[in-house]
Design a protein around this ligand. Sequence first.
Ligand SMILES: *Cc1c(COP(=O)(O)O)cnc(C)c1O
Length: 439
Amino acid sequence: MSTNQSSEPLTCRVNAKGHLEIGGCDTVELAKKYGTPLYVLDKFTIKSVCAEYKKAFQAYPKMRMMFASKALCTIATSKLIAEEGFGFDVVSAGEIFTVYKAGVDMSTVLFNGNNKSFEELSLAIDLNVGRISVDNFSELETLNKIAAHKNKIVQILLRVTPGIECHTHEYIQTGHLDSKFGFDLSQIDGAAGLILDNYKNLELKGIHAHIGSQIFETKIYGDEVQILVREIARLNEKFKLNMNEINIGGGLGVKYTNADNPPSVEEIADVIISSLNSAIEKYRTGALVVYIEPGRSIVSNAGVTLYTIGSSKQVPCGTKYVAVDGGMADNPRPAMYQALYSALIANKPNSVENLQTVTIAGKFCESGDILIKNIQLPSPANGDILCVFNTGAYNYSMSSNYNRVQKSGMVLVNNSQSAIIVYRETLEDLISHDADELL
Ligand SMILES: *Cc1c(COP(=O)(O)O)cnc(C)c1O
Protein backbone atom coordinates (compact mmCIF):
# COMPACT_ATOMS: atom_id res chain seq x y z
CA MET A 1 0.00 0.00 0.00
CA SER A 2 1.18 3.48 -0.83
CA THR A 3 1.28 6.12 1.91
CA ASN A 4 -1.49 8.23 0.34
CA GLN A 5 -3.81 5.20 0.51
CA SER A 6 -3.79 5.17 4.29
CA SER A 7 -6.08 7.59 6.06
CA GLU A 8 -3.84 7.77 9.11
CA PRO A 9 -0.16 8.53 9.68
CA LEU A 10 1.90 5.38 9.07
CA THR A 11 3.04 5.33 12.71
CA CYS A 12 -0.48 5.56 14.10
CA ARG A 13 -1.28 2.85 16.66
CA VAL A 14 -2.92 2.29 20.01
CA ASN A 15 -0.40 2.19 22.87
CA ALA A 16 -0.38 0.19 26.12
CA LYS A 17 -2.50 2.86 27.84
CA GLY A 18 -5.14 2.44 25.16
CA HIS A 19 -4.37 5.89 23.74
CA LEU A 20 -3.76 6.83 20.14
CA GLU A 21 -0.05 7.13 19.44
CA ILE A 22 1.63 8.86 16.48
CA GLY A 23 5.38 8.90 15.86
CA GLY A 24 5.77 7.04 19.16
CA CYS A 25 4.09 9.91 21.03
CA ASP A 26 0.91 9.53 23.04
CA THR A 27 -1.52 12.02 21.46
CA VAL A 28 -3.31 12.58 24.78
CA GLU A 29 0.02 13.61 26.31
CA LEU A 30 0.74 15.85 23.32
CA ALA A 31 -2.61 17.58 23.84
CA LYS A 32 -1.79 18.06 27.52
CA LYS A 33 1.72 19.33 26.87
CA TYR A 34 1.07 21.69 23.96
CA GLY A 35 -2.63 22.49 24.31
CA THR A 36 -5.36 22.13 21.72
CA PRO A 37 -6.23 22.60 18.95
CA LEU A 38 -2.89 21.20 17.89
CA TYR A 39 -1.60 20.19 14.50
CA VAL A 40 0.57 17.07 14.79
CA LEU A 41 2.79 16.08 11.89
CA ASP A 42 4.48 12.69 11.57
CA LYS A 43 7.96 12.93 10.08
CA PHE A 44 8.13 9.26 9.13
CA THR A 45 5.00 9.49 6.99
CA ILE A 46 6.31 12.48 5.03
CA LYS A 47 9.70 10.84 4.52
CA SER A 48 8.01 7.63 3.39
CA VAL A 49 5.82 9.21 0.77
CA CYS A 50 8.72 11.27 -0.59
CA ALA A 51 10.73 8.06 -0.89
CA GLU A 52 7.79 6.41 -2.66
CA TYR A 53 7.62 9.19 -5.23
CA LYS A 54 11.35 8.95 -5.89
CA LYS A 55 11.28 5.18 -6.22
CA ALA A 56 8.16 5.12 -8.38
CA PHE A 57 9.68 7.55 -10.87
CA GLN A 58 13.17 6.03 -10.90
CA ALA A 59 12.52 4.53 -14.32
CA TYR A 60 12.38 8.06 -15.74
CA PRO A 61 15.68 9.65 -14.68
CA LYS A 62 14.77 13.16 -15.87
CA MET A 63 11.84 13.34 -13.47
CA ARG A 64 12.07 16.23 -10.98
CA MET A 65 9.92 16.25 -7.85
CA MET A 66 8.59 19.48 -6.46
CA PHE A 67 6.37 19.98 -3.45
CA ALA A 68 3.40 22.32 -3.89
CA SER A 69 4.00 24.60 -0.89
CA LYS A 70 0.46 25.86 -0.75
CA ALA A 71 -0.54 22.56 0.88
CA LEU A 72 1.71 23.29 3.86
CA CYS A 73 4.40 25.93 4.05
CA THR A 74 6.60 26.30 7.13
CA ILE A 75 10.35 26.55 7.59
CA ALA A 76 10.59 23.09 9.17
CA THR A 77 8.49 21.25 6.60
CA SER A 78 10.30 22.99 3.76
CA LYS A 79 13.62 21.81 5.20
CA LEU A 80 12.32 18.30 5.69
CA ILE A 81 11.02 18.01 2.15
CA ALA A 82 14.10 19.67 0.63
CA GLU A 83 16.21 17.02 2.38
CA GLU A 84 14.34 14.46 0.31
CA GLY A 85 15.57 16.13 -2.88
CA PHE A 86 12.31 17.87 -3.71
CA GLY A 87 12.10 21.34 -5.21
CA PHE A 88 9.16 23.65 -4.46
CA ASP A 89 6.22 25.11 -6.29
CA VAL A 90 5.43 28.48 -4.68
CA VAL A 91 2.59 30.92 -5.29
CA SER A 92 3.30 34.05 -3.26
CA ALA A 93 6.03 36.24 -1.82
CA GLY A 94 5.33 34.58 1.53
CA GLU A 95 5.98 31.11 0.20
CA ILE A 96 9.08 32.29 -1.69
CA PHE A 97 10.41 33.91 1.46
CA THR A 98 9.65 30.85 3.61
CA VAL A 99 11.50 28.37 1.40
CA TYR A 100 14.34 30.86 1.01
CA LYS A 101 14.65 31.18 4.78
CA ALA A 102 14.53 27.39 5.06
CA GLY A 103 17.72 27.31 3.00
CA VAL A 104 16.14 25.70 -0.05
CA ASP A 105 18.24 25.75 -3.23
CA MET A 106 16.27 28.46 -5.06
CA SER A 107 17.12 27.01 -8.46
CA THR A 108 14.72 24.16 -7.60
CA VAL A 109 11.83 26.57 -7.02
CA LEU A 110 9.05 27.35 -9.49
CA PHE A 111 6.91 30.44 -9.01
CA ASN A 112 3.36 29.95 -10.18
CA GLY A 113 0.11 31.90 -9.92
CA ASN A 114 -2.49 33.71 -12.01
CA ASN A 115 -1.95 37.22 -10.68
CA LYS A 116 1.59 37.63 -9.41
CA SER A 117 2.31 41.16 -8.29
CA PHE A 118 5.17 43.36 -9.42
CA GLU A 119 6.72 42.99 -5.95
CA GLU A 120 6.37 39.22 -5.98
CA LEU A 121 7.95 38.89 -9.43
CA SER A 122 10.77 41.22 -8.36
CA LEU A 123 11.41 39.17 -5.24
CA ALA A 124 11.42 35.94 -7.27
CA ILE A 125 14.03 37.38 -9.64
CA ASP A 126 16.15 38.84 -6.83
CA LEU A 127 16.20 35.50 -5.00
CA ASN A 128 16.99 33.62 -8.23
CA VAL A 129 13.92 31.43 -8.29
CA GLY A 130 14.66 28.75 -10.91
CA ARG A 131 11.55 28.98 -13.06
CA ILE A 132 8.59 31.28 -13.31
CA SER A 133 5.42 29.79 -14.74
CA VAL A 134 3.85 32.65 -16.67
CA ASP A 135 0.08 32.67 -16.64
CA ASN A 136 -1.01 35.33 -19.13
CA PHE A 137 -0.01 37.99 -21.67
CA SER A 138 0.12 40.88 -19.24
CA GLU A 139 2.42 38.93 -16.94
CA LEU A 140 4.78 38.25 -19.85
CA GLU A 141 5.07 41.96 -20.42
CA THR A 142 5.51 42.86 -16.75
CA LEU A 143 8.02 40.11 -16.11
CA ASN A 144 10.11 41.05 -19.12
CA LYS A 145 10.15 44.67 -17.97
CA ILE A 146 11.31 43.75 -14.48
CA ALA A 147 13.92 41.30 -15.80
CA ALA A 148 15.24 43.89 -18.29
CA HIS A 149 15.46 46.48 -15.54
CA LYS A 150 17.46 44.05 -13.39
CA ASN A 151 19.50 42.98 -16.39
CA LYS A 152 18.60 39.34 -15.91
CA ILE A 153 17.38 36.55 -18.15
CA VAL A 154 14.46 34.75 -16.52
CA GLN A 155 13.71 31.15 -17.41
CA ILE A 156 10.02 30.59 -17.81
CA LEU A 157 7.39 27.99 -18.45
CA LEU A 158 4.04 28.86 -19.99
CA ARG A 159 1.12 27.77 -17.85
CA VAL A 160 -1.45 26.20 -20.13
CA THR A 161 -4.95 24.80 -19.79
CA PRO A 162 -4.65 21.47 -21.55
CA GLY A 163 -8.36 21.05 -22.22
CA ILE A 164 -8.83 18.35 -19.61
CA GLU A 165 -11.16 19.07 -16.78
CA CYS A 166 -11.06 16.96 -13.71
CA HIS A 167 -14.05 16.58 -11.43
CA THR A 168 -12.08 14.52 -8.96
CA HIS A 169 -13.67 11.15 -9.65
CA GLU A 170 -14.30 11.60 -13.36
CA TYR A 171 -13.04 13.96 -16.00
CA ILE A 172 -13.97 15.47 -19.29
CA GLN A 173 -11.90 16.64 -22.22
CA THR A 174 -12.94 19.77 -24.03
CA GLY A 175 -11.35 21.95 -26.66
CA HIS A 176 -11.31 25.16 -24.70
CA LEU A 177 -11.80 25.60 -21.01
CA ASP A 178 -13.04 28.55 -19.13
CA SER A 179 -10.33 28.61 -16.49
CA LYS A 180 -8.69 31.43 -14.60
CA PHE A 181 -5.36 29.62 -14.82
CA GLY A 182 -3.02 29.81 -17.75
CA PHE A 183 -3.12 30.24 -21.50
CA ASP A 184 -5.64 28.41 -23.61
CA LEU A 185 -3.82 26.09 -26.02
CA SER A 186 -5.00 28.33 -28.85
CA GLN A 187 -3.05 31.24 -27.32
CA ILE A 188 0.37 29.74 -26.76
CA ASP A 189 1.65 30.26 -30.28
CA GLY A 190 0.92 33.94 -29.85
CA ALA A 191 2.74 33.92 -26.52
CA ALA A 192 5.77 32.08 -27.89
CA GLY A 193 5.93 34.45 -30.85
CA LEU A 194 5.85 37.49 -28.57
CA ILE A 195 8.58 36.10 -26.34
CA LEU A 196 10.87 35.43 -29.29
CA ASP A 197 10.24 38.77 -30.95
CA ASN A 198 9.82 41.18 -28.08
CA TYR A 199 10.67 39.76 -24.69
CA LYS A 200 14.42 39.36 -24.85
CA ASN A 201 14.81 38.87 -21.10
CA LEU A 202 12.60 35.81 -21.02
CA GLU A 203 13.85 32.38 -21.99
CA LEU A 204 11.11 29.88 -22.78
CA LYS A 205 12.01 26.50 -21.30
CA GLY A 206 8.74 24.60 -21.52
CA ILE A 207 5.09 24.36 -20.58
CA HIS A 208 3.24 23.73 -17.36
CA ALA A 209 -0.21 22.40 -16.56
CA HIS A 210 -2.09 21.29 -13.45
CA ILE A 211 -5.29 19.38 -14.03
CA GLY A 212 -6.89 19.36 -10.62
CA SER A 213 -6.68 18.15 -7.07
CA GLN A 214 -7.80 15.09 -5.12
CA ILE A 215 -7.57 13.11 -8.38
CA PHE A 216 -8.49 9.42 -8.38
CA GLU A 217 -8.11 8.79 -12.12
CA THR A 218 -4.82 7.51 -13.48
CA LYS A 219 -5.58 7.78 -17.19
CA ILE A 220 -6.03 11.55 -17.00
CA TYR A 221 -2.30 11.91 -16.30
CA GLY A 222 -1.48 9.86 -19.38
CA ASP A 223 -3.72 12.08 -21.50
CA GLU A 224 -2.19 15.22 -20.04
CA VAL A 225 1.33 14.03 -20.82
CA GLN A 226 0.36 13.31 -24.44
CA ILE A 227 -1.02 16.83 -24.85
CA LEU A 228 1.96 18.58 -23.26
CA VAL A 229 4.54 16.59 -25.25
CA ARG A 230 2.58 17.16 -28.46
CA GLU A 231 2.49 20.91 -27.80
CA ILE A 232 6.22 21.08 -26.99
CA ALA A 233 7.01 19.26 -30.22
CA ARG A 234 4.72 21.50 -32.24
CA LEU A 235 6.09 24.74 -30.77
CA ASN A 236 9.70 23.59 -31.11
CA GLU A 237 9.16 22.83 -34.76
CA LYS A 238 7.16 25.95 -35.56
CA PHE A 239 9.44 28.41 -33.77
CA LYS A 240 12.75 26.51 -34.13
CA LEU A 241 13.05 26.18 -30.34
CA ASN A 242 14.59 23.49 -28.15
CA MET A 243 12.25 23.56 -25.22
CA ASN A 244 12.71 20.38 -23.22
CA GLU A 245 10.68 20.79 -20.04
CA ILE A 246 7.15 19.94 -19.12
CA ASN A 247 5.55 20.34 -15.72
CA ILE A 248 2.54 18.09 -15.23
CA GLY A 249 1.33 19.61 -11.93
CA GLY A 250 0.15 17.70 -8.88
CA GLY A 251 -3.19 16.41 -7.76
CA LEU A 252 -2.89 12.81 -6.54
CA GLY A 253 -5.74 12.12 -4.13
CA VAL A 254 -5.71 10.91 -0.55
CA LYS A 255 -8.06 8.85 1.59
CA TYR A 256 -10.14 11.20 3.75
CA THR A 257 -12.79 8.58 4.45
CA ASN A 258 -13.28 4.92 3.66
CA ALA A 259 -15.21 5.91 0.55
CA ASP A 260 -12.00 7.29 -0.98
CA ASN A 261 -9.81 4.91 -2.95
CA PRO A 262 -6.96 6.91 -4.44
CA PRO A 263 -4.50 5.18 -6.75
CA SER A 264 -1.02 4.58 -5.37
CA VAL A 265 1.97 6.74 -6.23
CA GLU A 266 3.33 3.78 -8.18
CA GLU A 267 0.16 3.46 -10.24
CA ILE A 268 0.20 7.08 -11.38
CA ALA A 269 3.96 6.89 -11.96
CA ASP A 270 3.51 3.88 -14.25
CA VAL A 271 0.83 5.66 -16.28
CA ILE A 272 2.89 8.86 -16.51
CA ILE A 273 6.13 7.12 -17.47
CA SER A 274 4.60 4.90 -20.11
CA SER A 275 2.71 7.86 -21.58
CA LEU A 276 5.92 9.91 -21.56
CA ASN A 277 7.91 7.22 -23.30
CA SER A 278 5.29 6.74 -25.98
CA ALA A 279 4.74 10.47 -26.52
CA ILE A 280 8.45 11.24 -26.70
CA GLU A 281 8.82 8.56 -29.35
CA LYS A 282 5.69 9.61 -31.23
CA TYR A 283 6.48 13.33 -31.31
CA ARG A 284 10.29 12.86 -31.47
CA THR A 285 11.07 15.54 -28.91
CA GLY A 286 14.13 13.86 -27.43
CA ALA A 287 14.39 13.39 -23.68
CA LEU A 288 12.34 15.85 -21.65
CA VAL A 289 12.83 17.07 -18.12
CA VAL A 290 9.52 16.41 -16.40
CA TYR A 291 8.40 18.11 -13.20
CA ILE A 292 5.67 16.74 -10.99
CA GLU A 293 4.47 18.85 -8.08
CA PRO A 294 2.30 16.98 -5.58
CA GLY A 295 1.09 18.85 -2.50
CA ARG A 296 -1.75 17.09 -0.72
CA SER A 297 -0.42 13.54 -1.17
CA ILE A 298 2.92 14.49 0.45
CA VAL A 299 1.59 15.91 3.72
CA SER A 300 -2.10 15.17 4.14
CA ASN A 301 -2.13 11.93 6.09
CA ALA A 302 1.07 12.79 7.94
CA GLY A 303 -1.00 15.38 9.78
CA VAL A 304 -3.77 15.14 12.35
CA THR A 305 -5.46 17.79 14.45
CA LEU A 306 -6.12 17.24 18.14
CA TYR A 307 -9.07 19.01 19.70
CA THR A 308 -10.58 18.97 23.17
CA ILE A 309 -14.24 18.15 23.27
CA GLY A 310 -16.32 20.72 25.15
CA SER A 311 -20.06 21.06 25.33
CA SER A 312 -22.52 18.67 23.74
CA LYS A 313 -26.15 19.26 23.02
CA GLN A 314 -28.97 17.14 21.78
CA VAL A 315 -31.42 19.02 19.59
CA PRO A 316 -34.83 17.53 20.53
CA CYS A 317 -35.71 14.99 17.83
CA GLY A 318 -32.61 16.11 15.93
CA THR A 319 -28.86 16.06 15.80
CA LYS A 320 -26.52 15.53 18.70
CA TYR A 321 -23.83 18.20 18.45
CA VAL A 322 -20.45 17.71 20.04
CA ALA A 323 -18.41 20.91 20.05
CA VAL A 324 -14.62 21.11 19.91
CA ASP A 325 -12.25 23.97 20.72
CA GLY A 326 -11.37 24.65 17.06
CA GLY A 327 -13.13 24.44 13.73
CA MET A 328 -13.27 26.56 10.61
CA ALA A 329 -10.37 28.81 11.64
CA ASP A 330 -7.94 25.88 11.77
CA ASN A 331 -9.72 23.80 9.09
CA PRO A 332 -11.96 25.79 6.74
CA ARG A 333 -12.36 22.96 4.21
CA PRO A 334 -15.64 21.46 5.48
CA ALA A 335 -17.30 24.89 5.67
CA MET A 336 -15.86 25.96 2.33
CA TYR A 337 -16.58 22.91 0.22
CA GLN A 338 -18.12 20.20 2.34
CA ALA A 339 -14.84 18.32 2.69
CA LEU A 340 -15.17 15.07 4.63
CA TYR A 341 -12.94 13.88 7.45
CA SER A 342 -12.64 10.91 9.75
CA ALA A 343 -11.82 11.03 13.46
CA LEU A 344 -11.32 8.99 16.62
CA ILE A 345 -11.36 9.80 20.30
CA ALA A 346 -7.65 9.71 21.12
CA ASN A 347 -8.09 8.64 24.74
CA LYS A 348 -10.31 5.66 23.78
CA PRO A 349 -9.72 4.89 20.09
CA ASN A 350 -10.71 1.22 20.39
CA SER A 351 -13.83 1.72 22.44
CA VAL A 352 -17.14 0.59 20.96
CA GLU A 353 -19.11 1.29 24.12
CA ASN A 354 -22.25 3.34 23.75
CA LEU A 355 -21.57 4.31 20.12
CA GLN A 356 -23.49 7.42 19.16
CA THR A 357 -23.94 9.19 15.87
CA VAL A 358 -22.95 12.78 16.45
CA THR A 359 -22.01 15.89 14.52
CA ILE A 360 -18.73 17.58 15.40
CA ALA A 361 -19.26 21.33 15.56
CA GLY A 362 -16.57 23.96 15.66
CA LYS A 363 -16.60 26.90 18.06
CA PHE A 364 -16.87 29.67 15.49
CA CYS A 365 -19.79 31.99 14.86
CA GLU A 366 -21.05 30.44 11.64
CA SER A 367 -23.72 27.76 11.32
CA GLY A 368 -21.57 26.21 8.60
CA ASP A 369 -18.76 25.63 11.07
CA ILE A 370 -19.29 21.87 11.24
CA LEU A 371 -16.17 19.69 11.04
CA ILE A 372 -17.78 16.27 10.63
CA LYS A 373 -21.41 15.37 10.11
CA ASN A 374 -22.82 12.10 11.44
CA ILE A 375 -19.80 10.29 12.78
CA GLN A 376 -20.05 7.33 15.14
CA LEU A 377 -18.10 7.86 18.34
CA PRO A 378 -18.11 6.06 21.69
CA SER A 379 -19.91 8.40 24.13
CA PRO A 380 -17.91 11.55 23.43
CA ALA A 381 -17.61 13.54 26.65
CA ASN A 382 -16.30 16.86 27.84
CA GLY A 383 -12.50 16.68 28.09
CA ASP A 384 -12.03 13.87 25.58
CA ILE A 385 -9.39 14.46 22.92
CA LEU A 386 -10.68 14.21 19.37
CA CYS A 387 -8.14 13.30 16.69
CA VAL A 388 -9.18 14.35 13.17
CA PHE A 389 -7.14 12.63 10.46
CA ASN A 390 -5.70 13.88 7.19
CA THR A 391 -5.29 17.50 8.20
CA GLY A 392 -1.66 17.88 7.09
CA ALA A 393 -2.60 19.54 3.79
CA TYR A 394 -4.67 22.70 3.29
CA ASN A 395 -5.49 23.12 6.97
CA TYR A 396 -2.73 25.19 8.57
CA SER A 397 -2.09 26.80 5.17
CA MET A 398 -5.74 27.90 4.96
CA SER A 399 -6.15 28.79 8.62
CA SER A 400 -7.36 32.18 9.80
CA ASN A 401 -7.79 34.26 12.92
CA TYR A 402 -11.57 34.35 12.57
CA ASN A 403 -13.26 35.33 15.81
CA ARG A 404 -9.86 36.69 16.82
CA VAL A 405 -8.56 33.29 17.86
CA GLN A 406 -4.87 32.51 18.04
CA LYS A 407 -3.71 30.19 15.25
CA SER A 408 -2.90 26.71 16.51
CA GLY A 409 0.62 25.47 16.94
CA MET A 410 2.15 22.53 15.11
CA VAL A 411 4.42 19.81 16.47
CA LEU A 412 6.54 17.36 14.55
CA VAL A 413 6.68 13.86 16.02
CA ASN A 414 9.25 11.16 15.34
CA ASN A 415 10.78 8.28 17.30
CA SER A 416 8.82 9.09 20.47
CA GLN A 417 9.96 12.70 20.44
CA SER A 418 8.03 15.86 19.70
CA ALA A 419 9.16 19.35 18.76
CA ILE A 420 7.25 22.55 18.11
CA ILE A 421 7.63 23.60 14.47
CA VAL A 422 5.02 26.35 14.57
CA TYR A 423 4.37 28.16 17.83
CA ARG A 424 0.78 28.69 18.86
CA GLU A 425 -0.03 32.36 18.52
CA THR A 426 -0.35 34.36 21.70
CA LEU A 427 -2.87 37.04 22.53
CA GLU A 428 -0.05 39.56 22.11
CA ASP A 429 0.63 38.15 18.62
CA LEU A 430 -2.98 38.80 17.77
CA ILE A 431 -2.77 42.50 18.45
CA SER A 432 0.83 42.95 17.30
CA HIS A 433 -0.19 44.35 13.92
CA ASP A 434 -2.88 46.66 15.23
CA ALA A 435 -2.13 50.36 15.24
CA ASP A 436 -4.13 52.60 17.52
CA GLU A 437 -4.03 55.88 15.64
CA LEU A 438 -7.47 57.42 15.83
CA LEU A 439 -8.13 60.03 13.20
C1 LIG B 1 -2.41 23.14 -6.08
C2 LIG B 1 -1.39 22.85 -7.10
C3 LIG B 1 -0.58 21.72 -6.99
C4 LIG B 1 -0.74 20.70 -5.89
O1 LIG B 1 -1.96 20.07 -5.94
P1 LIG B 1 -2.26 18.86 -4.92
O2 LIG B 1 -3.64 18.46 -5.26
O3 LIG B 1 -2.12 19.41 -3.55
O4 LIG B 1 -1.27 17.79 -5.21
C5 LIG B 1 0.39 21.54 -7.94
N1 LIG B 1 0.56 22.42 -8.95
C6 LIG B 1 -0.19 23.51 -9.09
C7 LIG B 1 0.06 24.44 -10.21
C8 LIG B 1 -1.19 23.77 -8.18
O5 LIG B 1 -1.95 24.86 -8.33
